[in-house]
Design a protein around this ligand. Structure first.
Ligand code: SAM
Length: 271
């Protein structure tokens, strides 16, 4: 077992993504707190729309609940859109959301280190917030490059190592996890600082952009909802969200609680 839950295959396949509820709750709590920063799915679609032909073949690798997939379907109107993920449950959610939106797209259950897709077939590929689940993101990058046609475009997205570090200090100060400030970053294998190098291992990097996102949790319950769904902390307190809320209220200064992350985008092409 890895010390980093994002790099622990049993946790990634199990508790984190076996169902879609935990990811949905975490994402919802974070989005509700967001006070600045662009919409990531919109930014990805903008970056690709500038480079990808109409009626393209597009891959969304590590699609999760399909938020980016839906935006790609809407903005790029691809000829074929394949949503790829290791989790059957998340693919089920993505397929359902595509169908509800009347969008064309297929789901492929696969590990991004071994994509069951032909060589040189895709015009564009996205891998957003997923390659940090690999201890060897360069191997996944090799697969992405193999599937792109020469000249095809990839957009890779990740976060900075210090994303949400303010929350580590709050969790520590509240006594919920004494090791919160000393745990490795969830993004340690693929992050803002190695994004360019890892991408350049198999693709030609055209551009790297970084944007700070700011989040303000208005009350302790809202913060508790996020803290209890992020795998970084080992909160052993029993009683769920209500107990964590009460502890935050007793031990921390009054809200709001503010934190930051840096979202980084690489745009690259297959030579
Ligand atoms: C945080 S979600 C990313 C969701 C989506 N790309 C987005 O931007 O909202 C990470 C996704 O990566 C998937 N994943 C993790 N390891 C994987 C692997 N080895 N192969 C394919 N998918 C993987 C998980 O199942 C999960 O759906």
């Amino acid at each position: 077992m890895s010390a980093n839950p994002f790099l622990d295959p049993a946790l990634v396949r199990g508790r984190l993504y076996r169902g879609d509820g935990r990811l949905a709750d975490r994402t919802h709590a974070l989005h509700r707190a967001k006070i600045s920063g662009s919409d990531v799915a919109d930014t990805i679609a903008d970056l690709l729309a500038a480079r990808v032909p109409t009626a393209a073949d597009v891959l969304d690798i590590g699609c999760g609940r399909g938020t980016t997939t839906l935006r790609l379907a809407d903005r790029l109107r691809p000829k074929h859109l394949a949503a790829v993920d290791a989790s059957a449950a998340l693919l089920h959610t993505t397929r359902g959301r595509l169908a509800d939106a009347g969008a064309l797209g297929s789901g492929v259950q696969a590990d991004f280190h071994h994509l069951p897709l032909p060589d040189s077939a895709a015009d564009a590929a996205v891998a957003a917030f997923c390659l940090y689940h690999s201890p060897t993101p360069d191997k996944a990058m090799a697969e992405i490059a193999r599937c792109l046609r020469p000249g095809g475009t990839a957009v890779l997205v990740t976060k900075s190592l210090d994303s949400y570090a303010e929350l580590d200090h709050l969790v520590h100060a509240a006594g919920l996890d004494p090791h919160a400030t000393s745990r490795p970053s969830l993004y340690e294998s693929f992050h803002s600082d190695n994004l360019r190098t890892v991408t350049a291992s198999h693709l030609t990097v055209l551009d790297v952009q970084h944007e700070e996102h700011v989040f303000r949790f208005a009350d302790a319950t809202h913060l508790a909802r996020y803290l209890t769904t992020t795998p970084k902390y080992r909160i052993t307190l029993t009683g769920g969200i209500a107990a964590v809320t009460a502890t935050l209220q007793q031990r921390l200064a009054p809200p709001p609680y503010t934190t930051r992350s840096t979202v980084s985008y690489a745009v690259a092409v297959r030579p």
